[in-house]
Design a protein around this ligand. Structure first.
Ligand SMILES: [Zn+2]
Length: 137
């Protein structure tokens, strides 16, 4: 959700992320859809439109995340918040296994599940991009 993010802030968010989705690491250059600033804590949950609450997200991650803040860990059933790119590093929660993103933490597991990071078409796309040297974790 990114409706009211001012242009200057959008540019800052894009630059800070190096133009890559901060959830699935898809580079903007490999996507026909524009990456958008995602409210990590959505506005409807009290999140603000400020740098520290924004992450660059590809269209698919952004759409699947929607107004959610977390989900139930598929392993423990515990309610867990998503990976927060402002609070932790991607590598602390995920690792790349071939073209599949594996979780290292409960936050990683719920993010993979709800953002559907490993849908088969996304893994296939990642395989192609890795082969081209365009996708790096
Ligand atoms: Zn993404």
């Amino acid at each position: 959700m990114s409706a009211d993010v001012p242009a200057t802030l959008r540019k800052q968010v894009f630059a800070r992320a190096g133009g890559r989705c901060e959830y699935c690491l898809l580079p903007q250059s490999a996507s026909v859809y524009h990456h958008e600033p995602d409210h990590i804590i959505p506005i409807q949950h009290g999140g603000e439109t400020e740098s520290n609450n924004l992450a660059l997200a590809c269209m698919r991650c952004n759409r699947h995340k929607g107004p959610n803040v977390g989900s139930f860990d598929p392993e423990t059933g515990e309610l867990v918040t998503f990976f927060n790119p402002r609070a932790a590093k991607w590598r602390d929660h995920f690792r790349l296994d071939g073209a599949t993103i594996r979780a290292l933490t409960p936050q990683g597991r719920v993010s993979i599940k709800i953002l559907r990071l490993n849908d088969s078409d996304r893994v296939e796309e990642r395989e192609r991009l890795i082969a081209l040297g365009v996708y790096v974790a």
